[in-house]
Design a protein around this ligand. Structure first.
Ligand code: AMP
Length: 192
């Protein structure tokens, strides 16, 4: 299996690049943010819980997120591989994902980390907020909190993959095609 963690701060382009990568490499795209938003839209209990954290730009608790992610993975027994977008966001989630994948006889192949500087992220998110309908993209103080949460709680998860020799830093500034080419060449090289 080809299992990729697409990593990076909010606004780095994970969603956009995931769409292109799933098509090119025939993978299943799992975005925990999208799954939470789907639950919010459908007024589920999980959605209600997630919303209270997401509206402030804080992380949904690990246990809830991990259980949800594992249930999603199990829905695709025929998958050739997954792109994990927005997960893991803490070291605890990374450890849980490793253990879970091991129990399924597979593992993470690589982490691709998109690098974009902070002012560019804020610019992109405010622009996205104009038509994404996402409340957490319209308020600059919530955007800044999401970036702080990334720096304080999420960025460390990269060390976990770095120690396993799976971490790859990718310049996330450029055209969609340029960034896609950078990501795909690492995948192709690693998959050889
Ligand atoms: P995203 O769509 O990836 O930007 O995620 C939007 C929001 O969903 C985040 O700000 C968090 O509140 C929540 N969220 C998404 N993925 C996770 C995760 N892996 N762990 C905790 N919270 C998450």
């Amino acid at each position: 299996m080809l299992n990729i963690v697409l990593f990076g701060p909010p606004g780095a382009g994970k969603g956009t690049q995931s769409e292109k990568l799933v098509e090119a490499f025939k993978l299943v795209h799992l975005s925990t943010g999208d799954i939470f938003r789907y639950n919010i839209k459908n007024n589920t209990e999980l959605g209600l819980l997630a919303k209270s954290y997401m509206d402030k730009g804080n992380l949904v608790p690990d246990e809830v997120t991990i259980n949800m992610l594992e249930a999603e993975v199990k829905k695709y027994p025929e998958a050739k591989g997954f792109i994990f977008d927005g997960f893991p966001r803490t070291t605890a989630q990374a450890i849980a994902l490793d253990n879970f994948l091991e129990s399924m006889g597979t593992s993470i192949s690589l982490m691709l980390a998109l690098q974009v500087d902070e002012e560019e992220l804020i610019k992109r998110l405010l622009l996205r907020g104009q038509d994404s309908g996402r409340a957490d993209d319209t308020d600059e103080s919530i955007i800044r909190n999401r970036i702080n949460v990334y720096n304080e709680q999420t960025a460390v998860a990269a060390d976990f993959y770095n120690k396993q020799g799976k971490f790859h830093s990718i310049n996330g500034v450029g055209s969609k095609e340029e960034i896609f080419d950078r990501l795909s060449s690492v995948i192709v090289e690693k998959n050889r």
